[in-house]
Ligand binder design. Sequence first.
Ligand code: GLN
Length: 321
Amino acid sequence: MTNFDSFSNKLSSPLLRRGFVVSGQVLWEWWQAARQEANTASIPSTEVDWLVQELAGLDRLALRLETFKTQPQVRLEIPFVELQKLWQKRIQERVPVQYLAGVAPWRQFRLKVSPAVLIPRPETEVLIDLAIAAVTTPEAQFTPPLPLSIPHWADLGTGSGAIALGLAGAFPQATIHAVDCSQEALAIAQHNAETYHLQNRIHFYQGSWLQPLEHLKGQLSGIVSNPPYIPSDLISELQPEVAQHEPHLALDGGVDGLDCIRHLVATAPVYLQPGGILLFEMMAGQAIAVTDLLHQQGSYHPIQIYPDLAGIDRFALAFRK
Ligand code: GLN
């Protein structure tokens, strides 16, 4: 959390100088009502606090201790009326709070997000830990070894760039190739890479899956992806925050949800070096079908399935033979 705090302080200082003010009592009354609205709408009331911290610049301690209540004036970074409007969008239109704030915390990063990209999920953070663990296993004997070969990694369907940034952070010697078919998503991913001074280590490509990486055939140490994997018919049944606001391009995996995973499993071997890894996220209930796909392809061994933080099998890791 310390990282985010210092980062947001840096971001906010020019805005603070502009400053908007509201009386502590008025802000406190709105805040109480907003928390109540959250409870009624089955939204965690901590989202109000997060929005107020992110957008209005109130610090967490002032909120926790409610010290702002007695201040004649509280300085905000956006007009109070804007804050109220945004909160109404959260309650009435079920817009995810990360889209309202325009940011999502993910691993050590504070990523810019917009409705053009899927909001990076906490469970997806596990993919990076699995990649870190995988490269130290005997199965991942890359040839030629470092420093003769620079490790090349791909993040397919990068969206906000979360996985690409995570890989760049985890593997300081690696070059990351981040692909997305959406130009709008790539602009956001690029912005996030620049924020963390990783733009020289992450190359961005517009295109479909591995197609823009033709020049890296046989050279990739790892291919990582959080592909769309939700069966088309299930999308409308997801919570309204997801179904109505997140990009279906990033969610819809076709009739059985496995269209993109089938494509990844089929095409990755040609791009991976021997010992290279294919690592991706899937939906609860897909582990058996995914394991079968990987076995049938014939180029992977061993094949491993890993659980998310809730203990549900959500990640597949396969080594190129
Ligand atoms: N995990 C996302 C969700 O909960 C889905 C992301 C995806 O399809 N890759 O809706």
